[in-house]
Design a protein around this ligand. Structure first.
Ligand SMILES: NC(=O)c1ccc[n+]([C@@H]2O[C@H](COP(=O)([O-])OP(=O)(O)OC[C@H]3O[C@@H](n4cnc5c(N)ncnc54)[C@H](O)[C@@H]3O)[C@@H](O)[C@H]2O)c1
Length: 268
């Protein structure tokens, strides 16, 4: 299999190195808006070639993996699926717009391209996926983060809050996923994943809490429905090179790639 990775930051660089060790992967095309980042990632890899745009090797790629940004995902998704190439998306918030999502999935259906969305930094998506086959009454995500994970979030800055000066556990957002995904574009992709798996962006409740004491980014997923009730708590350690991203998100991308290249679907 030949893969293209768009974005060689915290997730993309580790995914690229993991892919380099997978015998099923024959070639890895690497692209980053900052070419030197892609070149740094490629150094020491056996199968990597740095490219300048996703189109460059699209005809030679079996799978494109986006690990860049919501903007990048919005740009490349239609191009990739239109050509019938499979795609894995990490910036899941890019799918919040209903018209855009419908357009992408329609193109994918016509071209028979597959769209993969890894579970990301969250446990409990397996139960949610099954539970959503019957009626769901409530889906709620409560995300707790340390201040460093929320530095630079425009919504918080505009509210005049300095997250580094917060001294006790503070709720900084309550609302629904459709808004949350836009207000926290780099912090809460899991809210988009949960919405897609469950009851949608307008009914999935989201709460964001800042806690200056915690060392992990935690997600609590609460679900009620015909199946019963489920609460699933994930305590994630952040990636040292990007505190906004949890290590489990990187691992979920690597594990998704393993399943795809080996065509092994345990626990589907
Ligand atoms: N699904 C999840 O659970 C989950 C969890 C964590 C992060 N994410 C998302 O995954 C994406 C990658 O995360 P990360 O921690 O690796 O981020 P990062 O900031 O460490 O790396 C992103 C890389 O993408 C590059 N990039 C940005 N725009 C680009 C473009 N248009 N074309 C090519 N390259 C571009 C940047 O130069 C950077 O090197 C982010 O959007 C992030 O929000 C998803």
């Amino acid at each position: 299999m030949r893969i293209t990775i768009i974005g060689c930051g915290s997730i993309g660089s580790k995914l690229a190195k993991a892919a380099d060790g997978m015998s099923e992967v024959k070639r890895i095309y690497l692209m980053d808006a900052n070419k030197s980042v892609a070149e740094r990632t490629a150094a020491g890899m056996d199968k990597a070639i740095v490219i300048d745009s996703v189109e460059e090797e699209l005809y030679h790629s079996d799978l494109v993996i986006e690990a860049a940004s919501q903007e990048a995902a919005k740009e490349i998704l239609p191009k990739v699926v239109s050509r019938g190439v499979d795609i894995m998306i990490m910036s899941v918030g890019s799918l919040v717009d209903d018209d855009f999502r419908a357009m992408v999935f329609e193109k994918a259906k016509v071209s028979e391209a597959k769209v993969y969305i890894p579970t990301g930094a969250l446990c409990g998506t397996d139960g949610l996926r099954s539970a959503s086959v019957d009626e769901l009454d409530e889906v709620e995500l409560i995300t707790m983060k340390g201040p460093r994970s929320l530095l630079g979030v425009e919504y918080i800055i505009n509210k005049g809050i300095d997250v580094e000066k917060i001294t006790e556990r503070t709720v900084i957002y309550t609302g629904y996923a459709r808004e949350a995904v836009k207000l926290f574009p780099k912090n809460i992709n899991v809210a988009a994943t949960v919405s897609l798996l469950g009851i949608g962006f307008d009914r999935t409740k989201v709460t964001v809490v800042v806690d200056p004491e915690i060392k992990s980014n935690s997600h609590e997923l609460r679900i009620k429905g015909k199946f019963g009730e489920m609460t699933c708590h994930t305590y994630n350690y952040p990636e040292p090179d990007n505190p906004k991203t949890s290590h489990l998100a990187t691992l979920s991308a690597i594990s998704a790639l393993k399943r795809i290249v080996r065509n092994e679907w345990f626990g589907v």
